[in-house]
Design a protein around this ligand. Sequence first.
Ligand code: DCT
Ligand code: MG
Length: 519
Amino acid sequence: MDSPQAVHLGPRKKRPRQMGSSGGSMPHDIRFRDLVLFILEKKMGTTRRAFLMELARRKGFRVENELSDSVTHIVAENNSASDVLEWLQLQNLRASSELQLLDISWLIDCMGAGKPVEMAGRHQLVVRRNSSLSPVSGSQSVPVPAVQKISQYACQRRTTLNNYNQLFTDAFDILAENDEFRENEGSCVAFMRAASVLKALPFPIISMKDTEGVPCLGDKVKSIIEGIIEDGESSEVKAVLNDERYKSFKLFTSVFGVGLKTAEKWFRMGFRTLSKIKSDKSLKFTHMQKAGFLYYEDLVSCVNRAEAEAVSVLVKEAVVTFLPDALVTMTGGFRRGKMTGHDVDFLITSPEATEDEEQQLLHKVTDFWRQQGLLLYCDLIESTFEKFKLPSRKVDALDHFQKCFLILKLHHGRVRGGEHGRVRGGEQSSQQEGKGWKAIRVDLVMCPYECRAFALLGWTGSRQFERDLRRYATHERKMMLDNHALYDKTKRVFLEAESEEDIFAHLGLDYIEPQERNA
Ligand code: DCT
Ligand code: MG
């Protein structure tokens, strides 16, 4: 045996051969003919095995009921390679060259991708070199993949957009939002952390056993998970979705410029619809809210990636007109790989600009758009940044950079495949129908060049990822982190950073890519 991971079945005696049997309750089309899977029942149990077999077959995989010569991949859970080999021996089967021994994480990744995924090291079961049962030994022996301890901090987890537990995370997102509306901070944080940790799990939760060892799941959270497993939905969530206060707050806060205070006021006044609010003569609206109502339809329909890219071109064109060496980076959800967002966020910095030039840039850029009739709304906030100010202790503190919250007019012609970005007729008020442009929320942040790594890390999000970075810095490292700086309280020094990687390194954290920060 030369290959460290591949084994192959030798002669056997006991087992009946069921060549080509696909077993299963329902016939499914086999899409991936090169692979023949066998799922080991040992330590997995009959029910979960049957579930996974059915799932894999539905996705077009060929899964055998019995081990046969045709099997190319054995998938096991909670078994090391030596466990699997021992089991094969007990069946009077000997393993050799072509057979792959894989951890369940591989199958689960395949299920997520809807096709066979490449076998990474973490998927493969490898026997330790000193194992007595060692038909597989290789130069690169790595430890058998054990269930890795999941951190309570989002900044120590890799959270991609591939969410295996959306059924649960949607539920907790709604419960957290309801608590936010009711200002139940503790419960809100608990639900947000639960949703966040479940987004990072590399497998779907199928039974309560799957929640063992997962942090941030308190009794309340677990009982909700249990309810969803049993009934396919949560009675708590159902109640929230039907709740008058939740529905009203959700609707009111969907208007740009409406926060909890205003929503509370309108709710108490007895309002339940936006049309009643808009037409009420006694109410006074801020500029922001007026713009929010005026462009409501466009702003509630999310920004897609093509639109975000078109805005990026618009921003870069304007910025370099006034500061040719400026660096413009799209941040927020789009930097994390999201396909849609509620706005488009940008960070701007310049290595050469004087303080004056830096301060003037956003004014010049917004004036430029105003002249072109593209500036539908602009709220420019001047910088209150001071060098060597200790980072904020608050987890959700706003930063001190100069910034502007905008609504820009994006012409369809500027969007690649322009028709896609268009709101279909009927969904839009007749007045704006066929207007040839879409109102888009854009945030621009201008930061001093020395702060760019901190600002980039802070503005990339997600919000939960940022909160946990700060919490981790404070509680695990005695450091203070915000969007401007990192301060080491023990050494009493500010730690400088040229890149996000530097900041993770200062914190003693493995680097997490933006696409893995969707906590
Ligand atoms: N952020 C911050 N300070 C603020 C607002 C935001 O540090 N006052 C950070 C957290 C996330 C990031 O900036 C972008 O914020 P959002 O646009 O609200 O979040 P998003 O992840 O981009 O979400 P969406 O896709 O809905 O825009
Ligand atoms: Mg955003």
